[in-house]
Ligand binder design. Structure first.
Ligand SMILES: O=C([O-])CC(=O)C(=O)O
Ligand SMILES: [Mg+2]
Length: 233
């Protein structure tokens, strides 16, 4: 086994019905059903202009050598519609991992569900107008190398979250979350209920008919001192 320099062509895939159902839910609500712990950090930002509100698909993972996109090119060749290519880049922020030529290939020809890169991109004029969701950390004109090594379809880290090939990737304007494949069914049921409750809460909030007593109860539980006076410095 060539650890660090290998490509797995196969992944364990999730039930595609689950992927479809997640694609209607806000990422924030789904994250709330996973201990609020599976959200990528806000360095991972939406850079394109998707038509659909949610990006949802199956993780095709790339473990890139920092600043090098050789293995991303390999992943592009084996990608399928419905995939979200997720790239780990070990925190490197000085070289664009993708530009317009690669973006056009994935959006126009491969028709994948989206791409998430833990690093910058370039040719932003084109990418910003693209309708395929692309998340990245920023832009730079400095280009990538194509030397390797790297890996495709192994566990990676992106945006501070671990991702296994075949996990469900859900993104919207808030950012990107990772839904572990084996737990997806259970999470979906919880997230559907939570989303319904959340919608009702948001409506009641605007009308002021929401019950805010829980805040007062929490103050008491946390033994917060409530002072009926001005602050004197
Ligand atoms: O040269 C590269 O590897 C990236 C790039 O700018 C493009 O895809 O347009
Ligand atoms: Mg270019």
């Amino acid at each position: 086994m060539s650890v660090g320099n290998r490509v797995y062509l196969k992944r364990n895939l999730p039930d595609m019905k689950l992927v479809e159902e997640f694609s209607h839910l806000p990422a924030a609500n789904v994250a709330d059903c996973m201990g609020r712990s599976c959200g990528m950090n806000p360095q991972i930002k939406l850079m394109s202009n998707p038509e659909k509100r949610q990006m949802c698909g199956v993780a095709l993972t790339v473990k890139a050598r920092p600043g090098d996109n050789m293995m991303l090119h390999k992943a592009m060749n084996i990608s399928q519609p419905g995939d979200v290519i997720v790239v780990s880049n070990e925190g490197e922020r000085n070289r664009a991992i993708m530009g317009e030529i690669m973006f056009n290939y994935l959006q126009g020809f491969k028709k994948i569900a989206g791409i998430v890169i833990d690093g910058p991109v370039r040719d932003i004029d084109v990418i910003a107008q693209g309708t395929m969701p692309l998340y990245a950390t920023g832009t730079t004109p400095a280009g990538p190398y194509k030397e390797g090594p790297g890996e495709v379809n192994v566990p990676i880290s992106c945006g501070g979250v671990s991702i296994h090939p075949g996990d469900i990737i859900l993104g919207d304007k808030d950012g990107v979350i990772v839904i572990p494949r084996q737990d997806a069914g259970e999470i979906l049921e919880k997230a559907k209920k939570l989303s319904q409750n959340d919608k009702a809460k948001a409506e009641n909030s605007a009308k002021g008919t929401v019950n805010r007593q829980w805040v007062e109860d929490l103050m008491e539980k946390k033994e917060v001192e409530i002072i009926d006076d001005v602050y004197r410095g």
